[in-house]
Design a protein around this ligand. Structure first.
Ligand SMILES: [Ca+2]
Length: 471
């Protein structure tokens, strides 16, 4: 049981980018500290490799296709799918914010604000603190601070939009850059400082829920010194799937954003992207440290449930894709660290997903978990490392500007089955081939495994009201 909640999220952070969970030469002293103090779920999967839908799932405890937020929806006019705007949640969805507010928590939100609820988050009730990117932009204007020109770090992609036509839209590119402003003028510093100030001033007489959703290591990978030069590109051992052929992957991925932004990049160029990505992770780690330090200064700091995870991962050149929007491990296998007041520690191997985060937080705060939520509290796995977990977890992708490029994935203990709308089926042995280099779909020796995961996927789709049926 916890008095308060600190919910920490980064954007686009891979599992292997935390030093304590990785063999890669990256520095994350603050996340390492959280790993040492808490429980890490080693098999945690995102609901969707895209911001809006996966954050909708995190806030409702319901899969994107169940809560209605399918896509980011950055096209005008918005894409209408099955009679509603495809990026928005169903009008009757309840957010964990609402539940905690009604349960008497002081509420604070700092950072990324992509949940397309009706009404939107800031209008749902009066927050003690609500601060986003817009406030940071205002801060820059008020102080006459010039940021960089984003256009230099974007690439034009042909994207399917609401009309069903293809349009050119700009997406963050993999080329890194030096940010003209120092660490103390970065957006994540501004947000972490806001969160720390809330923790320093919020009364200890009432419980609080603080959501701190930081921006990095989301591209553009434009970062200040010392982070920009912190990692030598030549000294980073790239995983074997970086720059690898995607000939056996779904052909539609090459038409879609990750294929377009990642195409034609050399290994030397990918190394530069990796070095900047590592720098961005170390920068955001320092911001997380600012928030954790402020929490630990409070006398009720230990009585606070701390939950950390990213919204989705980053391909960083795996299979020659950049960004996310594909259901490969780099984009959907995510770190999840939970620090409990009981001081539970260690690693857990049970499969779990984004859909389980809200039920877990409510469970620890002793607030009733609504039946509508589709996940489960992970507390039984925290209490008992040997407790039996689910056999399979699921992830989905439904497009970015428009419902398109559909994918579904069923992830089991050892194997993963992935279906794409263009008819491509993929099966990977994650134990022997964690980089998903060899597609085993159709192999007769594994026919039972493939059939079983397909059956599980379809059963899940039926149970949760999916709008398509995977083959
Ligand atoms: Ca995101």
């Amino acid at each position: 049981m916890a008095k308060n909640l600190l919910w920490l999220m980064t954007d686009q952070q891979r599992y292997d980018s935390i030093a304590a969970l990785s063999d890669l030469p990256i520095q994350t002293p603050n996340l390492d500290r959280l790993v040492a103090q808490g429980v890490t779920f080693e098999r945690h999967y995102g609901a969707c490799p895209l911001c809006g839908p996966t954050r909708a799932c995190l806030h409702t405890g319901r899969y994107p296709h169940s809560c209605g937020s399918l896509i980011n929806g950055f096209s005008t006019p918005p894409h209408i799918f099955k009679g509603k705007k495809a990026h928005e949640l169903n009008a009757d969805e309840v957010l964990i914010d609402d539940i905690l507010h009604e349960s008497g928590y002081r509420m604070a939100h700092v950072g990324v604000d992509h949940v397309q609820s009706i009404p939107r988050k800031p209008q749902r009730f009066e927050w003690d603190l609500y601060r986003t990117r817009a406030d940071y932009s205002q801060y820059l204007r008020d102080n006459n601070l010039e940021s960089y020109n984003k256009r230099n770090y974007q690439v034009a992609c042909s994207t399917k939009v609401a009309s069903g036509e293809f349009e050119t839209q700009l997406y963050s590119a993999p080329n890194p850059g030096l940010h003209p402003l120092p660490f103390e003028e970065q957006m994540d510093y501004y947000l972490a400082q806001s969160a720390a100030e809330f923790l320093e001033t919020a009364s200890e007489d009432e419980p609080f829920a603080l959501f701190c959703f930081l921006w990095l290591p989301h591209p553009p990978l434009v970062i200040p010194e010392p982070y920009y030069s912190m990692y030598d590109p030549e000294a980073i051992p790239l995983p074997p799937n970086i720059g690898a052929s995607n000939a056996d992957k779904a052909p539609m991925h090459m038409q879609h954003t990750p294929g377009q932004v990642g195409a034609n990049r050399t290994l030397a160029e990918w190394r530069e992207t990796w070095a900047a990505y590592f720098g961005a992770v170390t920068l955001v780690d320092r911001c997380i440290g600012m928030v954790l330090d402020a929490l630990d200064e409070r006398s009720d700091g230990d009585d606070t449930l701390v939950v950390f995870h990213p919204d989705h991962g980053e391909q960083l050149g795996a299979h020659s894709y950049f960004q996310k929007m594909v259901c490969y491990e780099e984009s959907i296998h995510l770190p999840l660290i939970i620090r409990t007041p009981e001081g539970d520690q260690g690693r857990r191997r049970q499969l779990c997903g984004h859909v389980d985060i809200a039920p877990t937080m409510l469970d620890y705060l002793d607030v009733e978990v609504p039946k509508r939520m589709q996940g489960r509290s992970l507390r039984s796995f925290i209490d008992d490392p040997d407790a039996e977990g689910p056999e399979v977890v699921f992830s989905e992708y439904n497009g970015n500007c428009c419902v398109a490029w559909l994918q579904r994935a069923a992830i089991g203990e050892r194997y993963k089955y992935k279906w794409s709308e263009d008819g491509t089926r993929e099966l990977y042995d994650l134990q022997e081939d964690p980089g998903e280099l060899t597609n085993l779909a159709g192999e007769s020796a594994l026919a039972d495994v493939e059939q079983h995961l397909r059956d599980e996927l379809r059963a899940w789709q039926e149970e949760t009201g999916d709008f398509i049926v995977a083959e």
